[in-house]
Design a protein around this ligand. Structure first.
Ligand SMILES: C[S@@+](CC[C@H](N)C(=O)[O-])C[C@H]1O[C@@H](n2cnc3c(N)ncnc32)[C@H](O)[C@@H]1O
Length: 260
């Protein structure tokens, strides 16, 4: 029973696997049902009908399993894209491998840590600039630095800024951008292995999933008076010292914690 719950939890915490599982399950179910369908509808069947049934069933099952609405679109578009790509020979099969490899390198830890790639906007960069001036911050790190935009924005303010990025492709690209502009640096690495003890500011823009564990890490390592800022995701069960609501389209919230 416990094992079953764990398996169910795994699928719910990993929507990509749930989505693929549903696609494959529906595909196999249609395939297995073909001999029975043949009693009612004489073969051969138009592949478009199979595609239509796949899309309808996949969306229905995903909806029944309470996947978020935007996943229903992905579920519908996935088989259509695959069908069009393969049937029109728009996508030679080898490209699936290349695309899968690229996605793996860019989103290498989305599945384990649930942190996708989205970037802090310019208004956030400006707010961080204000924060470092107000608090006289000299040395900062962006844990999970994506394309390094925050690192360069902080470096522009005269801060000794470092980014730590897990995804190899993003790390190489953003390190090159930092070198090109002569602003800050990006290291390829895992934020969990990064020592936070000498930073005045630790900035993150991640997801709700790692926040509790990250808070424990800040408590163990960050020095008194230094600042931990989380874009959009608060630390559960801990009151921030300040919350800045930014005047951008998504009303970004910066949760600011001063280390005691
Ligand atoms: C939402 S993006 C934020 C990018 C950047 N900080 C910004 O605000 O523009 C999160 C980034 O964290 C990276 N990431 C996730 N887990 C990580 C880890 N354990 N170590 C280093 N980087 C990680 C992801 O690859 C992704 O690029």
């Amino acid at each position: 029973m416990h094992q079953n719950n764990t398996k169910i939890a795994f699928f719910y915490n990993n929507p990509l696997w749930l989505a693929l599982f549903i696609q494959l399950g529906v595909f196999i179910a249609i395939w297995l049902s073909l001999p029975y369908v043949a009693y009612w509808i004489i073969p051969p069947y138009n592949p478009l009908s199979w595609l239509l049934v796949q899309v309808v069933l996949v969306v229905a099952v995903s909806y029944a399993l309470k996947m978020p609405y935007w996943w229903l679109w992905i579920q519908a578009l996935l088989p259509i894209g695959l069908f069009v790509g393969l049937s029109q020979q728009l996508i030679p099969v080898v490209w699936f491998g290349v695309i899968a490899l690229f996605l793996m390198l860019v989103f290498s830890n989305v599945w384990s840590e649930r942190v996708p790639l989205y970037l802090s906007n310019r208004i956030t960069h400006r707010a961080l600039g204000q924060l470092v001036r107000e608090r006289n911050i000299k040395i900062a790190v962006d844990l999970g630095s994506g394309l390094g935009g925050v690192v360069r924005a902080l470096a522009k303010q005269g801060v000794d800024a470092t980014g730590v990025e897990f995804s190899p492709i993003l790390a190489v690209l953003s390190a090159a951008l930092c070198r090109w502009f002569g602003l800050g640096r990006v290291l390829r690495g895992d934020m969990w292995q990064q020592d936070l003890s000498h930073y005045d500011l630790v900035y993150v823009f991640l997801s709700p999933v790692p926040m509790s564990a990250l808070w424990q890490k800040t408590q163990r390592e960050m020095k008194t008076g230094s600042v931990f800022v989380s874009n959009s995701f608060a630390v559960p069960d801990h009151e921030p010292d300040d919350v800045w609501e930014l005047a951008d389209g998504r009303q970004t919230l910066l949760f600011i914690y001063v280390m005691k």
